[in-house]
Design a protein around this ligand. Structure first.
Ligand code: XMP
Length: 503
């Protein structure tokens, strides 16, 4: 396979996704992994570090002895330059943004690409001189050594990022490396993956039972459908209603599975959750209580079952990749809760068929399994649900208000065609009241925040510019239709420094 060594760049996962989308299997390993000789090619990722820093991450020297093609990207070119005897220095000017590259030599990396491409640069260091035995293959105005190669050693390295969409023909460069240079075959597709996985699970589990918690989101739902194909009625899907779901969500989820002929175990635990949340205002406390209560309810359900040996979880690849803490562990911003986080002492054998998949690959699987597009393209919804969209104490009255307002926002955003273009769109209920006037009467009621963001992965996000007409419709409808709301405001903050959810 093709291995991407991860030196901590924010783009590492993107490299793997790009290559997989083209149909080649690529996996990400920590930067210092020792590789076996079944590897067909190696990509060295970028990094926030500088190679001349004291604790700069370096690959294991043995990778250079494998005699397989290596492509260094950004930090990767500096690793290679340093390894082969060239100096690295801080660039006079940080090069960040667009640059035009000029091909200096014909090279397999640039097959099917015309000269003078615009590429995306993001680096503070650059190479001072050419490393021993290397030659220049491309340059930019600022970087005479923007791309280098050593054909004997099968090493290529480029200063720019081919994986980001701002780089013209970036995909072609990656595919040239993977296919023409490394000789990989296109053998990664979701149809084959599905068939193989269904067979494997069938063989492993046989006639034992498998438990699976459903959140209503794409990952756990696709998981249940896949398991159902492999094991029929031996899958036990559980859907816990925590009382913090959106309007009619518990009904819609049950209906969706009914349509697929899958019977789910529905547990209405809303009263338990709401009583535990009584008088709790602190966001982190709310999150912890919801997480613990979920586990209690789940345990209680499990204790009544017998013959269950396995637990299936929709864990995705990004959660599995051993993180390279080049900069040390980052602070806990929010303690996340989702159905994947069940305690280990439940003594089940784990089944995690998606542990090598990215989110977009799970969506492809969903299509293979004939799930509705509307379902596949659903926005993410956090495990703690509306509790983190109601500022302050969660009460039934506030849940009722937010559900109605949120349903209007969703209805209008779908009608307008924005739903499929944005990452998330939802309402937030504030913990304050303000004065208004309705008819001839003074009101003193709640305010709803409209939050609509675009994002690629939830890590960063921008608020979305929405037409005035559209905003006006939402505001008028919410204030007219939802009792106890007299004000609608728009959240115009990006992440960072804000977060997507309010708590
Ligand atoms: P923030 O608010 O941290 O959210 O910018 C980033 C993305 O994560 C979702 N989110 C969660 N998802 N359990 C989840 O499964 C959680 O506890 C949780 N908290 C936030 C959020 O909706 C956004 O898409």
């Amino acid at each position: 396979s093709l291995v991407i060594l991860d030196f901590g760049s924010q783009y590492t996962q993107l490299i793997a996704r790009r290559i997989r989308q083209m149909g080649y299997y690529a996996e990400i390993l920590p930067y210092n992994a020792k590789l076996k000789d079944n590897v067909k090619g190696i990509i060295l990722s970028g990094s926030p570090a500088s190679v001349y820093e004291k604790d700069a991450p370096k690959p294991d020297d043995s990778i250079y002895a494998l005699n397989v093609p290596i492509l260094g990207i950004c930090y990767g070119i500096q690793l290679i330059a340093e390894k082969f005897g060239a100096g690295i220095s801080k660039a006079q000017k940080r090069e960040y943004g667009y640059a035009e590259i000029f091909f200096e030599k014909e090279d397999k990396l640039f097959y099917n690409i015309n000269n003078k491409n615009i590429v995306w640069m993001s680096h503070a260091d650059k190479i001072d001189k050419l490393p021993n035995g290397f030659e220049v293959i491309c340059s930019t105005q600022n970087s005479p050594y923007a791309g280098i190669r050593n054909l004997d050693k099968k090493i290529w390295a480029i200063q720019f990022h081919p994986e980001v969409s701002h780089t013209q023909n970036g995909n072609t460069i990656l595919e040239n490396f993977v296919s023409t240079i490394c000789g990989l075959k296109k053998d990664w597709n979701m149809g084959d993956f599905l068939e193989k996985t269904i067979n494997e699970i069938g063989q492993e589990v046989r006639d034992k039972k498998v438990l699976c918690a459903i959140s209503g989101g794409v990952d756990s739902s696709v998981l249940v459908v896949l398991l159902n194909k492999a094991l029929g009625d031996n899958v036990i899907p559980v859907f816990i209603n925590n009382g913090l779901l959106r309007q009619n969500e518990e009904i819609n989820v049950q209906k969706a599975f009914e349509k697929l002929g899958i019977k789910i175990n529905y547990i209405d635990a809303s009263e338990i959750f709401l009583s535990k949340l009584k008088k709790v205002k602190d966001p982190e406390k709310k999150r912890k209580i919801i997480g613990h209560t979920f586990i209690d309810v789940f345990r209680d359900f499990v204790s009544k079952l017998s013959g269950v040996e396995y637990l299936a979880q929709g864990t995705l690849y990004p959660d599995v990749i051993e993180s390279v803490s080049v900069k040390g562990p980052s602070d806990v911003i929010k303690s996340h809760h989702n159905v994947g986080g069940l305690p280990k002492d439940l003594k089940f054998k784990l089944i995690e068929p998606f542990r090598f998949l990215f989110k977009d690959e799970v969506r492809q699987l969903a299509r293979q399994l004939n799930l509705d597009d509307a379902f596949i393209n659903r926005h993410p919804f956090p495990g703690p649900g509306l509790a983190i969209r109601i500022i302050g104490e969660v009460t039934k009255q506030k849940l009722n208000i937010l559900r109605q307002a949120d349903a209007i926002i969703l209805e209008e955003i779908k009608k307008s065609g924005f739903y499929d273009k944005v990452w998330q769109a939802f309402g937030v209920l504030l913990d304050l009241k303000s004065v208004g006037v309705m008819g001839d009467k003074r009101t003193y009621d709640y305010a709803i925040v409209v939050r609509v963001v675009e994002s690629l992965d939830g890590m960063t996000a921008n608020w979305v510019y929405l037409p005035q007409e559209f905003l006006n419709t939402i505001s008028t409808r919410i204030i007219n239709e939802v009792q106890r709301v007299n004000r609608v405001v728009l959240d115009i903050s990006n992440k960072p420094p804000a977060t997507i959810e309010w708590e």
